[in-house]
Design a protein around this ligand. Structure first.
Ligand code: UDP
Length: 334
C-alpha cells in the first residue's frame, strides 16, 4: 500500500483529499499545524501536528515514513492579507515550502502535487485562461505560488523531483456525503457566505460591484466542485508515481457564473430569500476569470462529475445545514 503525505490535510481541500485517498486504499499521513485547519476534519490515517517551518519535524517525519508522494495544501490564501502582510506569505508559502522540498530531496521522494492558483496569471489578457497565458501575478499571494512553480522547475532539473502544479480557479462545494465542507475563519468566499445568508447565520450577502463589463454587471468566476478538484489531484499523483514528467494544469469547469447567478441559484436550491446589499468593487477583482481546462482533461483523462452550479451549491448547503445549523450542531457565528 502506497503512503502519501498530505501537508495541510486538515484544511478545506486537504481534508477532502485525505478522504478520497483513504477511499482509494492509500495510507495517508496528514501534517498540519492547525492554524487554519481542524483536526476533526481529518477522517482517517495518521495525524501529525507540526509546521513546515520546523525542519526537525520534517526530518523525523521523512525518516519514520517511506512516502510515495507528497501533496501540499498548507498555504495562506487571502489575497488582501498578502498585500498587507507580504512577509507572512513569503515565509509560509515560499520559505516553508522550500523546507518541504529539501526534505523530499534528502529522502528521495520524487512525486509532488502542488496547490497553485489562478492568481499566478494576474489580470487576464484573454479568457478562457489556458496554461500558456502570461504569468503576471498582481499580489504577494499569487507571486508566492508562482515563485514555487519556478522553484519546482529548478528542482526537477537539479534533483529529478517531479511535480504537478494545479492552478485552482474557484474551489467550491463540499463532500457529497455531507461529512466535510468549507470552514474558513474568517470566511471570505462567495458561496459559503451566500449560504450563511440563506441559513440566517449572517444577515445578508454583499455584492462587490455591479458595474463590471459582464452581462449582469457582476464578476464571473469558474467554480469547481471540491470532489472534481481532488479527483484531478489523484490522477496527477498517480501519473507522477508511474513516472510521468512534471506538469502544470489549470483546473476549472470551463464555465463561468456571475455573482448574481450564484445568488439566484442559491435562492432556488435553499428556498430562502437571501437579502443582498450592493457595495463598491473589491480591490484587485478582475471582471472574468474562467479556466481552459482542456489540457487536464486530455493529459489526465479528467472529467468533472459535478459541473452543475446547482449541484455545487446543493452540497455546500448540505454542509451548512448539517454542520453549522444541525441539531446539536457546531453553531458558529459569522
Ligand atoms: N464576492 C462578493 N461578495 C462576497 C464575497 C465575494 O461579491 O462577500 C465576489 C468577489 O468579488 C468575486 C466572486 O464573488 O467576484 C468570488 O469571490 P471569492 O472570494 O469567492 O473568490 P476569488 O474569485 O476571490 O478567488
Amino acid at each position: 500500500m502506497k503512503k502519501i503525505l498530505v501537508v495541510g490535510g486538515a484544511g478545506y481541500i486537504g481534508s477532502h483529499m485525505v478522504k478520497m485517498l483513504l477511499a482509494k486504499g492509500y495510507e495517508v499521513v496528514t501534517l498540519d499545524n492547525l492554524e487554519n485547519g481542524f483536526q476533526d476534519a481529518v477522517v482517517g490515517g495518521e495525524f501529525v501536528l507540526g509546521d513546515l517551518a520546523d525542519r526537525n519535524c520534517l526530518n523525523d517525519l521523512f525518516t519514520a515514513n517511506k512516502f510515495a508522494g507528497v501533496m501540499h495544501f498548507a498555504s495562506h490564501i487571502q489575497v488582501g492579507e498578502s498585500v498587507q502582510n507580504p512577509g507572512k506569505y513569503y515565509q509560509n508559502n515560499v520559505a516553508n515550502t522550500l523546507n518541504l522540498l529539501d526534505a523530499m530531496v534528502a529522502n528521495n521522494v520524487n512525486a509532488f502535487i502542488f496547490s497553485s492558483t489562478a492568481a499566478i496569471f494576474g489580470e487576464p489578457e484573454y479568457t478562457p485562461i489556458d496554461e500558456k497565458h502570461p504569468k503576471q501575478p498582481i499580489n504577494p499571494y499569487g507571486l508566492s505560488k508562482w515563485m514555487i512553480e519556478q522553484v519546482l522547475a529548478d528542482f526537477d532539473k537539479a534533483h529529478g523531483l517531479k511535480s504537478c502544479c494545479l492552478r485552482y480557479f474557484n474551489a467550491a462545494g463540499a463532500d457529497p456525503e455531507g461529512e466535510l465542507g468549507e470552514r474558513h475563519d474568517p470566511e471570505t468566499h462567495l458561496i459559503p457566505l451566500v449560504l450563511q445568508a440563506a441559513s440566517g447565520r449572517r444577515k445578508n450577502i454583499t455584492v462587490f460591484g455591479k458595474d463590471y463589463d459582464t452581462p449582469d454587471g457582476t464578476c464571473i468566476r469558474d467554480y469547481i466542485h471540491i470532489t472534481d478538484l481532488c479527483q484531478a489531484h489523484l490522477l496527477a499523483l498517480e501519473k507522477l508515481m508511474d513516472g510521468a514528467d512534471s506538469m502544470a494544469f489549470n483546473l476549472g469547469n470551463g464555465q463561468g457564473f456571475s455573482v448574481q447567478e450564484v445568488i439566484d441559484v442559491a435562492r432556488e436550491v435553499t428556498g430562502q430569500e437571501i437579502p443582498v446589499v450592493e457595495s463598491e468593487r473589491r480591490e484587485g477583482d478582475p471582471a472574468r476569470l474562467v479556466a481552459d481546462s482542456s489540457l487536464a482533461r486530455k493529459r489526465l483523462g479528467w472529467k468533472p462529475e459535478y459541473a452543475e452550479l446547482s449541484t455545487i451549491i446543493k452540497h455546500a448547503w448540505l454542509w451548512e445545514k448539517n454542520f453549522f445549523c444541525g441539531e446539536g450542531g457546531k453553531q458558529e457565528t459569522a
